[in-house]
Ligand binder design. Structure first.
Ligand code: SF4
Length: 229
């Protein structure tokens, strides 16, 4: 049966997962367009920031998205954003399941999760807090550490986070070599151990995503030292 609806897509490309439990594995990324959270250091600002959005956003059916993914023979699909959960993801999940390809979700957790996923990575943002039900449902949490008190603040605000099997602590990318941030992560992991884990966006060190000509270059919002953000 043909797809009934289409999703607004910013980009789709084959690369490998640079973060979390599935780091280093071949993955097909589908980046949806749109995010109402508006983090000032967003590293996918092309999906929402008025200064960076492309003139034309393609609308692609879930059927074609899964077909495109399968052609690259990845281990799994990642639907990321933007914020994928502002869109109806049910058909995309159903198509992936039918094609027997696992599908992972990357979300801020601020919107209801629709669709059935094989893995959910939730990265909470202070500009719109995550739903508690999403924290509980997620398989791993990624805390972006942009100040020395970020980790403590999240744990105090959402104690449910502590029940996650994997809590990744990532330096916010513009602070990737800031010793106060890196030392905060190091000391937290040393003092607390499991389930806290020091993390990094390893794919960026490789420029892995850009090897696929379908991948768009980063836009200069998150982590632009020249702009002071
Ligand atoms: S939630 Fe994610 S996509 Fe949305 S603005 Fe924040 S970092 Fe960007």
């Amino acid at each position: 049966m043909r797809s009934k609806s289409k999703l607004p897509i910013y980009e789709q490309f084959h690369s490998w997962q640079g973060e979390g439990v599935h780091q280093g594995r071949s993955a097909y990324f589908i980046r949806s367009f749109g995010c109402p959270v508006h983090c000032p250091w967003c590293d996918s600002a092309g999906t929402w920031h008025p200064d960076y959005v492309p003139k034309k956003i393609q609308k692609i059916s879930p059927e074609d998205l899964v077909k495109n993914a399968l052609e690259t023979k990845p281990e799994f699909i990642v639907i990321t954003g933007g914020e994928p959960c502002i869109h109806n993801l049910n058909e995309l999940c159903e198509r992936a399941s039918k094609a027997k390809i696992p599908i992972h979700l990357e979300t801020s957790g601020a919107f209801q999760i629709n669709g059935c996923f094989d893995w959910i990575t939730l990265s909470p943002k202070v500009w719109k807090y995550p739903l508690k039900e999403n924290i509980i449902k997620s398989n791993e949490i990624k805390i972006i550490v942009d100040t020395p008190i970020s980790i403590r603040n999240w744990i105090e605000k959402f104690p449910e986070i502590k029940n996650s099997k994997h809590i990744w602590l990532h330096p916010e990318w513009s602070k990737k070599i800031d010793s106060s941030i890196l030392n905060t992560i190091t000391e937290w992991v040393k003092n607390n151990g499991n389930p806290y884990r020091a993390g990094y966006q390893v794919h960026k060190l490789f420029s892995a995503d850009l090897n696929d000509p379908q991948s768009l270059p980063d836009v200069p919002l998150g982590g632009n030292e020249n702009l002071g953000i």
